[in-house]
Design a protein around this ligand. Structure first.
Ligand code: BEZ
Ligand code: FE
Length: 292
């Protein structure tokens, strides 16, 4: 085809696929290019704007490494990561929500009733719940990989003052599907703004804040792995998470409790002398669909 014009270029692109192209790759590429061309036509994209976009992608590539994932952050602030989460979330289970860039593999075991707060300042939070199937049947032996910010709003991987695994732990549910641990109340924090994605937030008048949350990856044999976060209902950023991670079933409530209400069976039982916060919620996993 040599008479390419702005109206037929999309169809010409579609005609260039080789006959052996994987059908799913072809479907994804056709749709991607149809939308990309449609976007350029719709806004009447100028050369200068195209160039700005290319330079943005180059800057994102230059700042990225094995610890800094600027393209993931871009996907997060554009709402794409959350959209993919929601497209693939099964409504029978707890909603999934963004993994984020601060999970680190290999966290130490957190025994049932264990404590992650240690000597950090800030309000003590008692977290309890169960991992269940959609019908409420408890799942024994489920593994919860848990992580959160320190009271200074930083994850351990961002903060040279913290141990690598501070506020990270892996807990296994007991026969009744229960989990339980103590920690510090997580705080709201900003996504990294010192790169090109920060420039986009700034240029579009957006703030970089995320509501405070606890992260979980929950794995159990025979069930789909759940990547999610749980947010307190009193966080000021709950309705304006810059990465769109909040869903109504992911909201917990903190009860303020007197020290004498602290339960038995926790590492801190008998040692709590101040009022503490308590939250409980269940995490529902959906069975794995057998391969077709
Ligand atoms: C996080 O929750 O850790 C996170 C998610 C997306 C972007 C930045 C941080
Ligand atoms: Fe986070």
């Amino acid at each position: 085809m040599r008479n390419i014009d702005k109206d037929n270029i999309t169809d010409v692109f579609m005609s260039y696929f080789g006959p052996d192209t994987d059908p799913r790759l072809r479907q994804v590429m056709e749709s991607l290019v149809r939308h990309l061309h449609g976007f350029a036509r719709e806004v009447g994209l100028t050369h200068a704007e195209w160039q700005t976009g290319i330079e943005f992608l180059e800057r994102a590539g230059r700042i990225s490494d094995d610890k800094r994932h600027e393209f993931v952050l871009l996907s997060d602030v554009l709402g794409l990561s959350s959209l993919v989460d929601m497209i693939n979330s099964d409504p029978a289970g707890t909603s999934s929500s963004v993994l984020g860039p601060f999970h680190i593999a290999g966290a130490p075991p957190l025994p049932m009733g264990g404590d992650m707060k240690r000597d950090f300042g800030g309000p003590l939070l008692l977290v309890r719940g169960r991992v269940t199937a959609p019908d409420g049947t408890p799942i024994a032996g489920a593994e919860l990989d848990i992580w959160q910010t320190a009271p200074n709003g930083m994850y351990s991987s961002q903060d040279p003052e913290q141990d690598l695994y501070s506020f990270h732990g892996i807990q296994t549910t007991g026969p009744d599907g229960r989990f339980g641990f103590t920690t510090v109340r997580p705080v709201s924090y900003t996504v990294p703004t010192d790169g090109p994605v920060g420039d986009i937030l700034n240029a579009t008048g957006r703030h970089p804040w995320r509501p405070s949350h606890l992260h979980f990856i929950v794995k159990a044999k025979g069930f789909r792995t759940l990547v999610t976060e749980i947010f307190p209902d009193d966080d000021p950023y709950l309705d304006e998470d810059t990465v769109f991670g909040v869903r109504s079933d992911l909201i917990m409530h903190y009860d303020e409790c007197p020290p004498e209400a602290f339960p038995d069976g926790f590492a801190l039982s008998g040692k709590v002398k101040e009022p503490f916060l308590s939250a409980s919620f269940d995490l529902k996993l959906v069975p794995e669909t057998p391969a077709a």
